[in-house]
Every structure is written in structure tokens, then in C-alpha cells.
Write a protein that binds this ligand. Sequence first.
Ligand code: NAD
Length: 258
Amino acid sequence: MVSLQLEGRTVVVTGAGQGQGAAEARLLAEAGARVIATDLTADAPAGLADASPALGGELLYRRLDVSDASGWSGLAGWIRSRGWQVDGLVNNAGITQRSRLLDASMADLQKVYDVNVAGSLLGIQALSLLMGSGASIVNVGSVAGLTAHYPVAYTASKWALRGLSQVAAMELGPRGIRVNTVHPGFIETPMTAGAKPEFRQATLAETPLGRSGSVEEVAGVVLFLLSPLSSFVTGAEIPVDGGQSGHGGAKSVSDALR
Ligand SMILES: NC(=O)c1ccc[n+]([C@@H]2O[C@H](COP(=O)([O-])OP(=O)(O)OC[C@H]3O[C@@H](n4cnc5c(N)ncnc54)[C@H](O)[C@@H]3O)[C@@H](O)[C@H]2O)c1
């Protein structure tokens, strides 16, 4: 039966301590998956505490810095030692960096690149070895990767992640492993909690649905991409942004002519 249920499947989620990653870990466990939630802290963060895994589902926690190759091989070894294979990977961990074009330093660029791009590549390299046909990888991009978003280092990293995703979809497809990208718009998380009111107002003005999104609204699309319901979807990029990236800047024109 084709369904959104993930019983018997093992899924790794990075950056799962809070925000979107925590919501994804909770939802995937509720859908019946064995979820290995990972983040920077030694102990499981509080954001994972309210999960209620469905029958057969499970939520485990492991420390993992996604920019550390040895951390990834340690995680892969731990999974292998338990006799599990990996059926899903959500490369969700990400950091932002708000410097502008003429101020961004090489250190700014390197820092976001290490987490947002290298972190995802290392994850694919380490865990695809434990994947079989039917496995699914979801990379978490951003509307920044679809537009000329103002924070240049972050924006460049998310555009780079799109390239990585497409190469991975091409290379892993023959093994039956799918790779897709979700591009969240303005989602209410600790990352955006500190956004200036001007940013919030201007972003919502560009968002046809006229509101910010919730972490659950991103998690739902991630669940779909990990499930057999999306079994012929690979190399796809799905904005989860209330329409922000779809109008190509034409919304202000449309609004002005009402
Ligand atoms: N919130 C938004 O509006 C928004 C919009 C577009 C894209 N995104 C993307 O969605 C993803 C999740 O964002 P969020 O808003 O939930 O962010 P968040 O800051 O609330 O959570 C990110 C998590 O990633 C973890 N993390 C950071 N560096 C890490 C590392 N090196 N190794 C492992 N974990 C690390 C953090 O500890 C944190 O728990 C990110 O990739 C982000 O770029 C967010």
C-alpha cells in the first residue's frame, strides 16, 4: 500500500534541536519512522521532548556537527553497528549570515558554506553508502536560493546547495535513491525570531498568502518527499513559501495596480 506512513524506515535529520528540524523529526516519528535526530548539543534538546512516536516509530538523539567529516563517519559506523540501513536523510541544519555584498568577508562565506553546503555533501557521502533502492534525501534550501536575497553569503550557499542537490539526484538515481530540495520562505523559527520588523513586513508584502509559515508546514512536505507517495519525484525543488518566489518580483506591480 502506498501511504505517508514510514514504518520500518530509518531517517536521519540534521539540525533537529529546534525550529524546522525538530518539527520534521517529530512528524517523521509520528509517521512511524525510526528517527535519528542530530544537532550540536551533547544531550537531546528540549524541542524534541514533545514527540509522540506512532506505534513502531522511535525518536533517538545523537550529537552531530554536520561540518565535521569524522562526526558523519562516526554516525554511519554507529548506524551500521546496529544493523540498520538508512532510508532517509534530511539535510536541514543551516546557519544564516546577514552581511551585505560589500561587507561580506571570506570568513563569512566560509562559515555558511561549511554548514549549508559542505554539511549536506558530507551527509550524502557518508549515509548514501548505507542506503538502498527506495531511499530518499531531502535538502533544505531557501527562497534565498531562488532569488537575489540580500544576505550574500547565505544566498550564495543556498544557490550552491541547489547545484549539489541536482548532481546528487543524477548520480544516485540509478541506485534508486531520490534527492529533492525544499525551499522554505519566511518560517517562524528561532532563526527568524530576531528578524527586524522591516524584514518581516517587506517579506510578507512579497508573499501572496500574506503570512509567515509554520514549521509543521515545511515538515509535511518533507514527509511527502520521504514517503513512497513521491516515488517518481527526484531532482525536484519545492518552494514552501506561500508563493513568495513564484511571482518573480511582479507582486508589487500587481498590488500597485489594484
Ligand atoms: N526559518 C526560515 O524562515 C528559513 C527560511 C528558509 C530556509 N531556512 C532553512 O531551514 C533550515 C532550518 O532553519 P530553522 O529556521 O529551523 O533554523 P534554526 O536556527 O531555528 O535551527 C537550525 C538548527 O541547526 C543547528 N545547527 C547549526 N549549525 C549546525 C551544525 N554545524 N551542525 C549541526 N547542526 C547545526 C542549530 O543548532 C539549530 O538547532 C536551515 O537550513 C535554514 O537555512 C529557514
